[in-house]
Design a protein around this ligand. Structure first.
Ligand code: ANZ
Ligand code: ZN
Length: 850
């Protein structure tokens, strides 16, 4: 055995062995229960960053643990390989997006292999390959057949800087989610997927997703945004026409003082003569800060009280929501209130608070519940009763009907981009829109294009692609030149992993065995977009008879961010951590300013490069650090001391085994022998029994993993174990046997976290086969019981309390327990503590003033 922990050769050796022996390749094994562990696949941007490392390390621990627990584990990886950055790189550096993408994939794959991740690479999915995207196209055709894919002209969110359409979900506070430019409105013919057809089911099934974080479910529910209300027809004065509005507050209908319609409303042009004004309002749509309107000169009649109210066109009324028209009740809706104040429109109170009166005039809208007033026969009802009573009345009299509305919009998937899946549609002058016949799939993305990055899709200028023949009449026709939103690619990739490349994409048997994903792991930034689309596609594929279930992801873990403080020099701006030495800039020697701890980002240079870390400390250290520094769902603060600490721990593990390797190799012991020896209570120190120590450790580590994947505390248990046995010297044969038993089990527990060193030491102590194929150790409740000892607490030399505590706690924990003790508190409360001295985990001396 090598005396030093040579992590480089150890890690390279086992990565090689694993690949050579194809240990991560998995096939359907009906004798075992399956477990599908999936991490969100990365965009091949060029290099792995620490966020990836954390995401995949978490997944790898789960996969390895489940494997040892006897599951047949599917753990695949792939590339979300279409997208804008490849095109931007092409424009900037003159490389073809395909070349750029595939080179990045090569490099990143080698990085993932160096992380020791247990992927079955035979299943690698690359979304930009025709053999993958042909199925995007196939799904699109199926959606088209079912009327779930359709084309319409509409205003779209347009990012002028990316020169492309953005989905509503990709617009954050009016800005592009990628480049943060101000988003504009532009009218285009677009393809849409009818996700709204599944709105109710997507909402309802949120209740079933008990393995998802509540936060994510709330975001999904809000995004779908179901609201129940009524549609009411307001006749337009002097026209044979009614204005239909949607409201969730029929109880306020007697307070209507004006109406507002969207500038896109079909009646807008007929009601408003001033075309210029209308144009101006249109431009201001989706600018939540601004409230602009124009009076049409026309009036509507409130069907409940016959009052005539003016009709306005307002920028804040959305065409896609409800009916695109609203009844405005300024007294009870703040937005209407501000509009009324701005344009001097009347405000009429019809809901009074239960306890008090509203000021006259009111200073803001009263939006709470209350009692109806000035509301004819309905006055006196509570607003809650009124909602129902007025809605019933409206239905009875045929003035309107109760309806449900969803915030969710259909998903616009057309992108004026090159690097994406071609939409399999042909336009023929005679036959109109013609879907590409299934047998002609895939529609291959041509390689020879010139990219400008602006405006229309570059495919328009590739004649061989653009000009084609109509599959129906054989006449001249054109292909659709837009490509699909890349979120289509990631909406079903988890299904593709179930079968191998030379097999069909939707292999029923294999899908039935592997799906759904048991554990999905990824960033919270995908809480609405990706996860909602994937749920939608799952339901669509179910309805096509392909998937025999309703939801793709049983459990979801959203890991926290990897954060770090940033450094800035007056002279040299942001600095990488390695450009700072002793608080000074290494370039100019000026003191640096330290910024707050925040997500690692290139712009602030508060990043550490995984490759460098692996080079210096090894993969196992990087894994242990990221897993130990915080529970998976919490943010993690990168610290070089922390990395050093993780590295020291592994070195200590290595040294411990090195110290004993001489006899370990030739000593063997199994479970039952260990038990019979264990009752002899051979101890290290006389109080702790090594057999119960290892059982306790197995129990704690297992429970920590089982309960919410608390890997940080699990690793802490392993560290405690090493501390306890580090200086133990077994003397007799029996003591040696028991110690070997403990150490062997320790390695099993360590192996999901630090697989390389565990594998190495496993062989060094004379065990056969790969440790990763060993079963996870089990524990005995009786043996795992905590051994309690009495902790004595002295205050100023007098014994003041005796507390029973588990043995083997750290000094820090013991002090905490002592200070929290009720009896102790009585003696120290309000006094200044001068000193606290823990002694061997059994005694705490507290010295207080006075
Ligand atoms: C009258 C009223 C009185 C309203 C009141 C609210 C408060 P949710 O809950 O999100 O569904 N609304 C309806 N369609 C709209 C559109 N296309 N653009 C902008 N606003 C629209 O919101 C429903 C409420 O939002 C509706 O109820 C309507 O205003 C407004 F004291 O009608 B309410
Ligand atoms: Zn035709």
């Amino acid at each position: 055995m090598n005396q030093n922990y040579d992590f480089k050769s150890v890690e390279a050796k086992w990565q090689n062995e694993w690949l050579k022996n194809r240990v991560f390749e998995v096939n359907e094994d009906t004798s075992k229960k399956k477990f599908y562990c999936l991490e969100m696949f990365p965009y091949p941007s060029g290099r792995i960053h620490m966020g990836h490392v954390r995401n995949y390390a978490i997944g790898d621990v789960i996969a390895r643990y489940k494997r040892m627990k006897g599951f047949s584990v599917l753990h695949p990886m792939g590339w979300d390989a279409f997208g804008l950055p490849a095109e931007n790189a092409a424009i900037k550096h003159g490389v073809h997006p395909a070349k750029w993408t595939y080179e990045n994939i090569d490099h990143m794959k080698s990085q993932l292999i160096k992380l020791g991740l247990s992927y079955d690479w035979r299943r690698e999915v690359t979304t930009c390959s025709p053999e993958y995207y042909r199925w995007n196209q196939w799904i699109f055709l199926k959606l088209y057949e079912k009327g779930l894919a359709y084309r319409k002209s509409s205003f779209v969110n347009w990012c002028p800087s990316c020169a492309t359409v953005l989905a509503n979900e990709q617009v954050i506070d009016g800005a592009c989610w990628r480049c943060e430019s101000q988003v504009e409105q532009k009218e285009l013919e677009q393809w849409f997927l009818r996700i709204t057809a599944y709105a109710e089911e997507l909402l309802k099934d949120c209740d079933r997703l008990t393995g998802w974080p509540e936060k994510v479910l709330t975001m999904q529910r809000n995004w779908i945004g179901k609201s129940e209300g009524v549609e009411v027809d307001f006749p337009i004065d002097g026209m044979n026409e009614a204005l239909r509005i949607f409201t969730t507050r029929p109880d306020t209908i007697f307070g209507v003082t004006f109406m507002c319609i969207s500038p896109e409303h079909p009646l807008a042009e007929r009601l408003c003569e001033d075309r210029e004004a209308l144009k101006r309002i249109r431009k201001l749509q989706r600018e939540p800060e601004i409230k602009e309107g124009i009076f049409t000169g026309k009036y509507a009649i409130n069907p409940l009280n016959g009052e005539k109210v003016p009709i306005w066109i307002a920028n804040f009324v959305l065409i896609e929501y409800g009916t695109g028209a609203i009844m405005s009740v300024p007294a009870h809706d703040q937005r209407d209130f501000e509009f009324a104040v701005r344009y001097g429109l009347p405000i009429k109170v019809v809901i009074k608070p239960f306890e008090k009166d509203l000021p006259v005039p009111i200073k803001e809208a009263y939006e709470e519940e209350g009692v109806m007033v000035n509301s004819g026969a309905f006055s006196g009802l509570t607003s809650r009763e009124g909602k129902k009573a007025v809605a019933d009345y409206i239905e009875e009299k045929g003035l309107g009907k109760k309806t449900v509305n969803y915030r969710l919009r259909d998903w616009g998937i057309s992108r004026q981009r090159y690097w994406g899946t071609p939409i399999p549609i042909i336009y023929c002058n005679h036959c109109g829109i013609v879907p590409v016949p299934e047998k002609d799939l895939p529609v291959i993305l041509p390689e020879n294009v010139s990219l400008t990055g602006k405006g229309e899709s570059p495919l328009k200028y590739v004649d061989e692609f653009y000009r084609t023949k109509c599959p129906l009449c054989g006449g001249d026709a054109r292909r659709e030149t837009d490509t699909m939103d890349t979120f289509v690619d990631s909406s079903w990739y988890f299904v593709r992993y179930c079968s191998l490349h030379d097999e069909e994409a939707f292999h029923r048997e294999k899908i039935k065995y592997w799906m759904p994903v048991d554990q999905y792991i990824g960033g919270i930034e995908h809480a609405v977009l990706h996860l909602l689309y994937a749920r939608f596609f799952t339901k669509v594929l179910r309805d096509l008879g392909i998937l025999p279930f309703d939801e793709p992801f049983e459990r979801l873990l959203t890991q926290g961010m990897v954060c770090m403080e940033s450094y800035r020099c007056l002279e040299h701006d942001w600095l990488f951590p390695k450009e700072v030495k002793d608080g000074r800039c290494i370039h100019c020697g000026k003191p640096v300013q330290t910024g707050r701890v925040e997500k690692m980002s290139k712009s602030k240079k508060n990043i550490v490069d995984p490759d460098e870390m692996i080079e210096t400390y090894g993969t196992d250290t990087v894994r242990v650090f990221t897993l130990f520094a915080a529970p998976p769902e919490k943010d993690l603060e990168w610290s070089s001391q922390g990395v050093e600490g993780a590295h020291r721990f592994l070195k200590r593990v290595y040294a411990l085994f090195y110290k004993h390797h001489g006899w370990l190799k030739n000593t063997s012991i199994d479970d039952s022998e260990a038990r019979s020896l264990g009752v002899l209570s051979i101890g290290m120190t006389g109080e702790s029994n090594i057999l119960s120590l290892i059982h306790r450790t197995i129990k704690r580590v297992t429970l920590d993993i089982e309960k919410e994947y608390q890997f940080n505390t699990a690793i802490a248990r392993l560290m405690e174990f090493v501390n306890e046995v580090y200086s133990y010297e077994p003397k007799t044969d029996e003591e040696r046997k028991l110690f070997k038993f403990a150490l062997k089990n320790f390695l099993l527990l360590l192996s999901p976290f630090a697989p390389h060193i565990a594998e190495e030491l496993w062989h060094e102590i004379g065990e056969q086969g790969f440790i990763l194929n060993e079963p996870w150790p089990s524990y005995d409740e009786e043996l795992a019981k905590e051994q309690m000892i009495e902790l004595v607490v002295q205050i100023n030399g007098k014994v003041r309390s005796k507390i029973m505590i588990p043995q083997g706690l750290s000094d820090e924990d013991v002090v905490k327990i002592a200070l929290d003790d009720e009896k102790v508190k009585q003696w120290i409360d309000g006094k200044e503590i001068l000193k606290v001295i823990p002694v061997k985990g059994k005694l705490v001396n507290i010295v207080v003033k006075g």
